[in-house]
Design a binder for this molecule. Structure first.
Ligand code: NOJ
Ligand code: CA
Length: 708
């Protein structure tokens, strides 16, 4: 049920004239409980700026706003204030699936209407919103006589930091987010040192900038995270870092092909520029600011998709024990032909898929992802010419799509479609209609997409406006055909799932797959305790947890850098409405830990962050929708630690039967990762429990309500 309160009521705010000496005109907007205040200023030469106070202290110092265009003068100064209007909003909306059922969207707003004093008197409005968990603002470009569109060469939005904060950052790569996080002071950020990274099929880091969300902690313990909300028909924003003045400035991802950053028809507005502000690290995870700054659900009833756990023909390819390709040859007419020379290592066979379907059905998992089912994989990575190579309709000769979707349906399981585009989005767009109709006709309601490689056409980047629009086109096509999208190598999440809930999940970080590739590329134990407070603030993550065979015997040079108990904890710590059990079915045989994956929920009534420090540890408890069952996951970095937990969120007077999955006393992510102790325990609201986590370890608890 959506409870809408009053629509925005605008009232006129008297412009406050500060002391006559500076002649600065200001407007101000304070959050509902008074935690965060945004001040807008227009100097006497008409230059706009803003600053932000948090609990009485300046948290963002005076920062400039503005734009540069192709063939038009910049918009940076020379404005007069036409009006400043205040308003507020307070509504509670329901997530069709999510970390919690209801979200309160409560803010105060200031709309500043600026116009150039001199001809052509262009109008620019800036809308500021102040929330108790942070702030957001966006630019609203007004219609202009005789001008249809604007070409933006750069946006100049500044965030003046008030100290040399500790920062968790990845470089401002225009092509990929799959970097490890660095922890440094702002003054030490050196994104250019992250160039030439191994194992990235495309990477472009043009300047000393970071990607968002980027999270910081001030020396007095305030936590900040910078990001954007509702990235629509615009370029992704990186933040350029001035290590001396400690200032961040928007750096939009460009198009070398088109020679600009953004082209838009007037009128339009930019995405929201956001700063989440919290007194603890955990409150950053609680914040729903990014979602609240997006528009309400435009799809209406989306019950054709349900959150699910899934398995898939996937890990065996990353372990290199099977292949995506079948071994076909492309003839002179560009058609794939089976020369009878197939190498026999193809993973996506009808028989192998049935094995996964059987496993899923037996263990209560709803989805089976099949990668490598369609023709084209012979010319996937490392080929310059990739247009027209992948075909999203034609299966390999040993894969019977029709039979398998029926076989799955009979067992209550659904195939998850896979479309690797090899970063040739034009080829994909040509086939979108037929490919999605095919899914619809087979009752397939989700697809994992992929964009590995350098983009074609040359000069475009994954995070530029052209690709932002491509990803949106795919999302809308999915909505039309009742298909949820799980994009890999995606554009970052900016809360679009509120408007289009079929944006079910995405990658957009260094996922589990890196652990399979080589020792150097493996994710260190601090990776996920950083991800929970950075990437995860943007939205659901398809990380693909659940490796049980941690030492990867088929790849002696690689190993997962967590314990088995931590792999279980990830089902709760990392939020996604689709959660993979990514290991091979045979590796789950006779493993008592599998019970946790069978039990754990994927859709939640509420989520509570019980503890956490960025880069060190985090524990989250989530209550499942429908059953009321609770699941708790806690993870640590490379340091062993003890965690004291209380359960005051449980109901009064009830005794709960729970199962605790924890690291054995001698567990260690390197030398003894699979040592796990599983205990049945009783819990009440008053229980206090101290749990020891190994180096790189974790724990998981399932609290299944009796009789339900
Ligand atoms: C990259 C994705 O992240 C991975 O999960 C997938 O297996 C490959 N692309 C192939 O599409
Ligand atoms: Ca990837």
């Amino acid at each position: 049920m959506i409870k809408m309160k009053l629509p925005l009521i605008f009232t006129f705010l008297l412009l406050i004239f500060a002391s006559c000496s500076s002649e600065v005109r200001t407007g101000q907007v304070i959050s509902p409980s008074g935690t965060n205040e945004i001040y807008f200023e227009l100097s006497n030469d008409g230059t706009p700026s803003y600053y932000v106070m948090h609990e009485g202290d300046t948290i963002i110092g005076r920062s400039a706003l503005g734009f540069e265009f192709k063939e038009a003068a910049p918009l940076q100064s020379g404005f007069r204030m036409v009006a400043a209007k205040t308003g507020s909003g307070d509504e509670t909306w329901e997530m069709p699936w999510g970390e919690q059922r209801e979200v309160r969207n409560h803010y105060n707003e200031l709309l500043v209407e600026l116009e150039e004093s001199e001809s052509p008197k262009r109008g620019l409005h800036i809308r500021f919103r102040s929330y108790d968990d942070g702030i957001g603002f966006r630019y609203e470009f007004q219609p202009q006589e005789g001008v249809d569109s604007l070409v933006i060469m750069e946006e100049h939005t500044e965030f003046q930091l008030t100290g040399d904060h500790t920062t968790w950052w990845i470089p401002g790569d225009w092509d990929i987010y799959e970097h490890l996080y660095s922890t440094t002071r702002v003054s030490e950020i050196d994104a250019l040192s992250k160039r030439d990274h191994p194992n990235l099929a495309s990477t472009y880091i043009p300047e000393n900038a970071v990607n968002t969300p980027v999270t910081m902690r001030t020396d007095s313990g305030v936590h900040l995270s910078f990001h954007e909300a509702n990235l629509t028909d615009y370029a992704g924003m990186t933040l350029k870092v001035d290590t001396e003045s400690l200032r961040l400035t928007s750096g939009l991802v460009g198009s070398d092909r088109l020679g600009y950053k953004v082209k838009r028809e007037l009128p339009f507005h930019t995405p929201w520029r956001t700063v989440q502000i919290a007194s603890t690290a955990g409150e950053l995870i609680d914040s729903k600011l990014i979602l609240n700054l997006n528009e309400p659900n435009k799809l209406g009833d989306v019950s054709w998709f349900t959150p699910m756990k899934y398995v898939g023909i996937w890990w065996e390819m990353h372990l290199n024990t099977a292949s995506w390709d079948y071994g076909m040859t492309m003839n002179e007419d560009g058609k794939w032909v089976d020369t009878g020379q197939a190498h026999g290592r193809h993973g996506a066979t009808t028989e192998n898929t049935k094995r996964y379907i059987d496993f899923a059905a037996k263990n209560g998992m709803k989805g089976v992802l099949v990668e490598g089912w369609n023709t084209g994989w012979e010319r996937w990575i490392g080929f310059e010419e990739r247009e027209g190579v992948f075909d999203f309709i034609t299966p390999y000769p040993d894969y019977d799509l029709k039979e398998l979707s029926g076989y799955a349906r009979d067992k209550g399981v659904e195939i998850i479609m896979h479309h690797e585009t090899s970063a040739a989005p034009r080829t994909y767009e040509q086939q979108l209609d037929t490919a999605y109709q095919l899914m619809n006709s087979m009752g397939i309601h989700s697809v994992k997409t992929g964009y590995v490689g350098k983009l074609i056409p040359k000069g475009e980047y994954h995070h530029g406006q052209w690709m932002v629009n491509h990803y949106r086109k795919v999302l809308l096509k999915g909505a039309e055909q009742k298909v949820g999208i799980n994009a890999h190598e995606p554009i970052k999440a900016t809360g679009i799932r509120r408007t289009y809930p079929n944006a079910i999940s995405r990658e957009g970080l260094r996922g589990q797959e890196f652990n399979a590739w080589s020792v150097e590329s493996g994710n260190p134990p601090e990776h996920l305790p950083i991800v929970a407070f950075t990437r995860m603030l943007a939205g659901p993550i398809d990380f693909t947890p659940g490796v049980f065979d941690i030492t990867l015997p088929s790849k002696p040079e690689s190993q997962i850098n967590t314990t088995l108990a931590q792999q279980l904890a990830l089902y709760v710590v990392i939020y996604s409405p689709i959660q993979m059990a990514c290991d091979l079915p045979e590796n789950y045989e006779n493993q008592p830990g599998l019970q946790f994956i069978r039990d754990v929920g994927v859709d939640w009534d509420q989520s509570l962050v019980l503890n956490g420090e960025v880069g060190d540890f985090v524990t989250i408890a989530r209550q499942e929708r429908g059953s009321g069952n609770w699941f708790i996951g806690g993870i640590t970095d490379e340091n062993a630690r003890e965690m004291s937990l209380n359960f005051d969120f449980l109901d009064d007077g009830k005794t709960y039967n729970a199962i605790l999955y924890k690291d054995s006393p001698d567990a260690h992510f390197k030398d003894n990762p699979t040592a796990i102790d599983i205990e049945k325990i009783e819990l009440t609201k008053n229980t206090e429990l101290t749990i020891a986590l190994a180096d790189g370890g974790g724990f998981a608890i399932s609290i299944i309500q009796a009789g339900e």
